[in-house]
Design a protein around this ligand. Structure first.
Ligand SMILES: Cc1ncc(COP(=O)(O)O)c(C=O)c1O
Length: 390
């Protein structure tokens, strides 16, 4: 049978509809606990325990419905939802302890992930080496040393693009497990599993939910997730049913939203490039961007994230931020509203000068999560804030 389209799956996949009630939307099973043993003839089975639902830290029908929706959009056979992106990442990595020894990753990782990799994982016998995205893309490392490669498909804040296609081919030849955090792409722009990646992770806090009002994380794979399930039970990073309902609600419009994010970001990137107060723009949709051809091979759309350098250094960047009215200065990304940050004053404040150079963060760099507002209004807003630099 022909696979349903992305938006059809986003709306309908995973939904629990019960003819007894005639509900058209999955109910919120606001239950910590369930009848157990459950003697009902037609009891529902939790796919993770293969038993009826018992206790919501283990599983809950509203969460299962969300996991099925995510799996359908990601093209994953198994998926698991978590309370945050970090709960997903830590649970997945902790599940590898004792089975894997050496991980290769990139310097441009999300800060909390990098800190967990550098400061915590080695204590559990999982040692992590760090290279630049370009080194990883060039496959310029000794494959024999690694059991796992972990990367992000688009990095923050310099918007570098991972060459998944190339990396997967190489990793398969060397029997290295691959994990990709595809938060910045969302499943609308990229499905790493279909490209041969072993595990995909997302901070659902961003595009998947899309409204900057809930937190969640996801792991998807075409393999088993029983060890990750054990970790979720142990560490307790389970979602709550009400959050799961809200996230499923947001996920239904993922395709519509990301289409608009992609289109707006392209318009804004081209607009910024022409502005005399802007030194340079990082956006893989620009035909002369360093990562354009890699993005063309690895993504269906170029995404809603971009960064740019303004004139007059740190003072100029701060002045620009102060000039914003419609766009809020706030961390995080992937929501319907545009958000801007100055990495030097926020996410990358504590990095050494050397490390900042490796990840290409400069004092005059602004990161923009382009929302779904009308592009004309965003252009007006950015133009006005840039004009304050003259
Ligand atoms: C790429 C990426 N991965 C993971 C995370 C962590 O997600 P959360 O904040 O939902 O724990 C973030 C958060 O910003 C992120 O940007």
């Amino acid at each position: 049978m022909k696979e349903e389209g992305f938006n059809t799956r986003a709306v309908g996949s995973g939904e629990i509809k019960d003819g007894k009630y005639g509900n058209v939307v999955t109910p919120i099973f606001q239950n910590a606990t369930f009848l157990y043993p459950n003697y009902s003839e037609d009891k529902l089975e939790d796919p993770n325990t293969k038993d009826s639902y018992i206790y919501s830290r283990w599983g809950n029908p509203t969460i299962t419905a969300l996991e099925k929706k995510y799996a359908s959009l990601e093209g994953a056979r198994s998926s698991m939802a978590f309370s945050t992106g970090m709960a997903a990442i830590t649970s997945l990595m902790m599940s590898l302890i004792g089975k894997k020894k050496r991980v290769l990753s990139i310097m441009d990782l999300y800060g909390q992930t990098l800190s967990f990799f550098k400061n915590k994982l080695p204590g559990y016998g999982l040692n992590v080496d760090i290279v630049s995205v370009d080194t990883m893309n060039a496959l310029d490392f000794d494959a024999k040393k690694y059991d796992v490669i972990y990367s992000e498909s688009i990095t923050n804040p310099s918007i570098k693009v991972l060459d998944i296609e190339k990396l997967v081919k190489f990793s398969k030849e060397h029997k290295i497990t691959t994990i990709v955090d595809a938060t910045f792409c969302s499943p609308y722009n990229q499905n790493p599993l279909a490209m041969g990646v072993d595990y995909v992770v997302h901070s659902g806090t961003k595009y998947l939910n899309g409204h900057s009002d809930t937190m969640s994380g996801f792991v998807g794979t075409n393999m088993e997730l029983s060890d990750v399930f054990e970790m979720r039970k142990n560490m307790g990073g389970t979602l709550d049913a009400f959050q799961a309902y809200l996230i499923a609600r947001g996920m239904k419009t993922l395709g519509l939203r990301v289409k608009q994010h992609n289109s707006n970001a392209q318009i804004i990137a081209e607009f910024l490039k022409e502005n005399s107060h802007v030194i340079s723009v990082n956006y893989p949709g620009l035909s002369d961007d360093r990562y354009h051809s890699i993005a063309q091979r690895n993504m269906r759309g170029f995404g809603g994230m971009l960064s740019f350098r303004v004139k007059d250094g740190l003072d100029g960047a701060r002045k620009f931020m102060k000039g914003l009215k419609l766009i809020s200065a706030a961390p995080s990304l992937g929501g319907v509203e545009s958000l801007a940050t100055l990495p030097i004053d926020t996410s990358h404040h504590s990095l050494s000068e050397h490390d900042r150079k490796v990840v290409d963060v400069t004092e005059d760099q602004v990161r923009l999560s382009v929302g779904i507002e009308d592009a004309e209004d965003l252009k007006e807003e950015l133009g006005n804030a840039l004009r304050t630099l003259s």
